[in-house]
Design a protein around this ligand. Structure first.
Ligand code: FES
Length: 185
């Protein structure tokens, strides 16, 4: 078996290692693919779709799709930029993100992507959803207004510390993060 895998991104030859995803191999080769729910060190979740690329003409999430010899990946195209921009805009309008008043402003990946994609005013109407704050646990406070359901907290508490502190509950528009742990004594 070959120790490396050769494939193409936007016409450029890339060499990756077996087991790498498209996003990982691209990053190693200095090719940036936008991403949001991906976090190095955590199992990929594939939920935000911001990393969508075309693989041999078919849409795939780059953070979950393994590389394969000879695949042709399109990443930096007008169509994909428009798709990603639309996804990011929808995250803004379906939550309650008030960057000006947020303590994470300037250190926020969602905000950084909005700048990268030149989003100043989303083209979709704001939904201003009513979302609960969850202070039911004595040690954890969840502000669901800013949660984009990336699942990083779920994966980190499941895979890194094995405590399963967070879980998804509900479905569709009611899907949310909840605490799945007893209070520390
Ligand atoms: Fe790949 Fe979110 S970064 S789906």
């Amino acid at each position: 078996m070959s120790a490396t895998i050769e494939f193409i991104i936007d016409g450029k030859e890339i060499t990756g290692q077996p087991g790498q995803t498209i996003l990982e191999a691209a990053q190693q080769a200095g090719v940036y693919i936008p991403r949001l729910c991906y976090k190095k060190g955590l199992a990929p979740h594939g939920s935000c779709r911001v990393c969508t690329v075309l693989v041999n003409g078919r849409p795939q999430s780059a953070c979950t799709q393994p590389i394969a010899p000879g695949i042709v990946v399109e990443n930096n195209t007008e169509k994909l930029t428009a798709l990603r921009r639309n996804l990011i805009e929808m995250l803004f309008v379906e939550g309650n993100h008030f960057c000006m008043f947020c303590e994470k402003s300037g250190n926020c990946e969602l905000q950084a992507l909005a700048y990268r994609f030149g989003i100043t005013a989303p083209q979709h109407p704001y939904l201003f959803p009513k979302r609960d704050l969850d202070a039911s646990h004595p040690d954890i406070f969840i502000d669901r207004n800013r949660c984009i359901l990336c699942g990083r907290c779920v994966r980190a508490s499941r895979d890194l510390d094995g405590k399963n502190v967070f879980q998804f509950v509900g479905r569709g528009p009611g899907k949310r993060i909840a605490v799945n742990a007893k209070a520390a004594l």
